[in-house]
Design a binder for this molecule. Structure first.
Ligand SMILES: Nc1ncnc2c1ncn2[C@@H]1O[C@H](COP(=O)(O)OP(=O)(O)OP(=O)(O)O)[C@@H](O)[C@H]1O
Ligand SMILES: [Mg+2]
Length: 410
């Protein structure tokens, strides 16, 4: 155990008790909180690097463990998604003549900023299959301005480096699927080319059929060569926020139990409402029945609690706090956050109903003045900035200057 002037210092970095937030002193060694955090990060990195490649194909538990490294909460969604993906692997790797296993396309819904797109991206990182992520908003019915549904498959083929066979076993994530809901309940005079029209166009592809797509250019034109791809082996995951569907569910369930109905007041209630979701609600929202019917599994992503939002801020491998600390470190400034400050950021995001998506905005706003003045402040001897709850509420942060440098300047 190392001691300088009779006080304990961290055996890893040599900092003394005064220089760190916490120094843990054992019988033979001492370690500070910074070094403990660093070790945790190193171990996490190792865990990601060493993920067993052979085992990952079939074990849903491993897929979930990988998601856990990045996505906070959402256990039910993670489990359902892991099972769906591993089932997809089983199906495409073990074709049977006797039993044809039908594919289970997945529909994922829940409030904005809770991790839907993120989970899909992380699954893509983890898998060895071609994985295309596309957005339903830019798609229109064939022949109209915008991308045709076939562009989704073109993207998947690109992901598979042009290998059609590989692409036909891939996974497609279509984001913002709620944006192609029918525009109104009744049939309109004008053609709904970006809503119902797209749903109709997607039906065949999602269910599984041989699709013909242009092999070279994006647009179909006479003379361009066509190639065929069988979509029966492609797993489709569609995600969307479905804003307002909770009201539809609530309206339906309340209509059943006339008399007692509590207003939706908190997360648990909102999350409970989503659990009652049926295909009827999706149809009422604007999806056509044939489209809804093609999804075997419907996953709810839950609203994040304040505690979970705090975890989102600091725990994932590339958490926001770590990102900002890195950015300030590049200027030579140590950035610290009080735990009350993180709590305040989470509370604010919760209030704004933007979930994890809103966290960045709140932190950015609080840090903006210091980012702007960083170079000047460092020249004046700034060593570290402490962000407290007050800073998040608009008051100045505590800045610690190097006294010597400051005096020299003056
Ligand atoms: N559960 C979570 N754990 C960790 N980070 C999260 C989580 N949910 C969201 N985030 C963060 O918030 C950002 C936005 O999340 P994401 O894009 O997954 O939202 P979404 O559910 O797809 O929302 P939308 O319906 O608006 O598209 C992500 O980049 C990520 O940094
Ligand atoms: Mg999204």
């Amino acid at each position: 155990m190392t001691k300088i002037n009779d006080t304990h210092v961290c055996d890893f970095c040599g900092k003394s008790k005064e220089d760190v937030e916490k120094l843990i002193v054992g019988e033979n060694a001492a370690v500070c909180n910074d070094c403990v955090n660093l070790c945790v990060d190193i171990l996490k990195d190792e865990k990601i690097k060493n993920f067993p490649k052979e085992a990952k194909l079939l074990n849903p538990v491993k897929i979930k463990e990988y998601l856990d490294l990045y996505v906070i909460g959402q256990d039910n969604a993670k489990i359902a998604l892991s099972v769906a993906v591993s089932q997809h692997f089983k199906r495409i790797n073990n074709p049977s003549d006797e039993i044809e296993i039908e594919k289970t396309n997945v529909l994922m819904l829940g409030p904005t900023g809770c991790g839907k797109t993120m989970m899909a991206r992380k699954i893509a990182d983890y898998l060895d299959l071609p994985f295309a992520i596309c957005d339903a908003t830019g798609i229109t019915e064939a022949g109209y301005v915008g991308d045709d549904v076939e562009s989704i498959l073109t993207r998947l083929i690109n992901e598979a480096d042009g290998d059609l066979e590989k692409a036909s076993r891939g996974i497609v994530y279509i984001d913002e699927i709620d944006k192609i809901a029918r525009k109104g309940e009744s049939a309109s005079i004008t053609r709904d080319v970006s809503g119902e029209g797209v749903q109709q166009a997607l039906l065949k592809m999602i269910e599984g059929s041989i699709m013909r797509i242009p092999s070279s250019s994006k647009r179909k034109h006479p003379g361009s060569e066509m190639q065929e791809i069988d979509t029966r082996g492609i797993l489709f995951i569609c995600g969307g926020a479905f804003v307002g569907i909770d009201k539809i569910i609530q309206h339906r369930t309340e209509a059943k139990s006339v008399g007692f109905h509590a207003n939706v007041a908190n997360d648990t209630d909102t999350n409970k409402v989503y659990q009652d979701l049926t295909t009827k609600d999706l149809i009422k929202f604007g999806l056509i029945p044939e489209f809804v019917g093609r999804f075997g599994l419907c996953i709810n992503v839950e609203e994040l609690t304040v505690e979970q939002l705090v975890k989102v801020l600091k725990e994932p491998k590339n958490s926001l706090i770590k990102q900002y600390q890195y950015l300030f470190d590049l200027d030579g400034i140590e950035l610290n956050f009080d735990s009350e400050a993180l709590n305040e950021v989470a509370e604010k995001a919760k209030e704004l109903k933007t979930n994890a998506r809103g966290l960045k905005n709140i932190i950015e706003k609080a840090l903006l003045p210091y980012q702007f003045d960083a170079v000047d402040l460092v020249e004046r001897g700034l060593k570290s900035i402490r962000i407290s709850k007050d800073t998040i509420c608009g008051k100045p942060a505590v800045m610690i200057f190097d006294k010597k440098k400051n005096e020299q300047k003056q």
